[in-house]
Write a protein that binds this ligand. Structure first.
Ligand code: PMM
Length: 335
């Protein structure tokens, strides 16, 4: 019979390995004692890193954070038009916060493949009332923008994080503006605007190249004045990355984490998920609409990203990921 696993803090059995008779290994009674299965066994590699300068509720989190997506756009990839009016977006943002989102990411410009740019005035008109209202309710708000001026006005309206999918490449004033504001900066891997990005999916070694391009952007952001401890890196899933370019980035988050920065993962409802789910029914009564399947896949990725040390995940459907980060947090025993 297998001996019971030792309890918390139990000393290893000194005779369990080196003293065992090799010839008796088939006998379960004399098999080596398994490693302790209780007590702190951190399986997260590397340990979760988080940026400095966050509001206390976020800074004190001992698990991966959930960022709920609030696109105030008529044309975003999966939820375009659903919350296009600021009033609807505010209700949606508050609902996500209630459902367990730690951060609400407000965006006024679609980055779906092929999308054109929206004017500065239009972007400001979409996002500012939403940022102001959510921040006024005590929600930690992130502004999803490539424009320094939008970042500036959003931080003034209460945003604490600037989420720049272009990693500073779309607007030369971005680093200086973020540095001045003191906001946390999410720097995403990016190779070009949405109207060209699908043609920029050219990699010999996607993990190595994304890592080195992120490293260069990280150095540039610091030269531009942003404190290193305020910068979060993001592999930019789906941006200049078609189908199979995305999965290695997820399974090698540890390689990106060696750059020493917190990591954000944005896989929610992205096109690369669909092929992995292709053998499942997507339109039957039992399965529900296709997006539900992709939301389930997103929650699975949330669990794995949390185990992989991600600081935050950016998702449309908050509740399943709020559960997933808590499960992963319990799994790893917290930070
Ligand atoms: N993806 C989208 C928009 N903003 N921001 C970050 N940091 N990471 C992402 O992966 C990301 C982002 C596009 O997705 P959406 O149109 O569904 O919001």
């Amino acid at each position: 019979m297998t001996p019971p696993a030792p309890g918390p803090g139990a000393a290893p059995d000194p005779g369990a390995d080196s003293g065992a008779d090799p010839g008796s290994s088939a006998d379960p009674a004399s098999a080596p004692t398994p490693a302790p299965t209780s007590g702190p066994t951190p399986t997260r590699t590397p340990p979760l890193a988080r940026p400095a300068g966050l509001p206390p509720a976020l800074a004190g989190l001992r698990r991966t954070a959930v960022m709920g997506i609030c696109n105030v756009t008529p044309d975003s990839f999966s939820d375009g038009g659903q919350h296009a009016k600021p009033a609807d977006a505010i209700v949606h943002g508050l609902g996500m916060a209630q459902a367990g989102a730690d951060i609400i990411d407000v965006g006024g410009e679609s980055t779906r493949p092929g999308a054109g740019r929206v004017s500065l005035e239009e972007e400001l008109a979409r996002v500012l009332p939403v940022v102001r209202a959510l921040a006024g309710e005590g929600v930690a708000v992130s502004i999803d923008t490539m424009r320094a001026e939008v970042a500036r006005q959003a931080v003034e309206a209460g945003a604490v994080i600037v989420n720049d999918v272009s990693g500073g490449r779309a607007d030369q004033a971005m680093y200086g503006e973020v540095a001045r504001s003191g906001a946390v900066y999410i720097l995403m891997h990016w190779r070009g605007h949405s109207d060209t990005m699908d043609s920029l999916d050219r990699y010999q070694d996607v993990v190595g190249e994304v890592r080195s391009e992120l490293a260069a952007a990280l150095a540039a952001a610091q030269e531009g004045g942003i404190a290193a401890d305020r910068i979060v890196l993001d592999p930019g899933l789906g941006f200049a990355k078609a189908g199979q370019s995305n999965w290695p980035l997820l399974s090698h988050l540890d390689a990106l984490a060696t750059l020493g920065q917190p990591i954000l993962v944005g896989a929610s409802r992205k096109r690369f998920l669909a092929p992995a789910l292709a053998d499942l029914p997507s339109d039957g009564a039992a399965a529900g609409p296709a997006y539900q399947l992709e939301d389930m896949a997103t929650a699975a990725i949330t669990s794995l990203a949390a185990l992989g040390g991600a600081w935050a995940v950016r998702v449309h459907d908050v509740a399943p990921s709020a559960v997933a980060v808590r499960v992963a947090g319990s799994w790893t025993g917290g930070l």
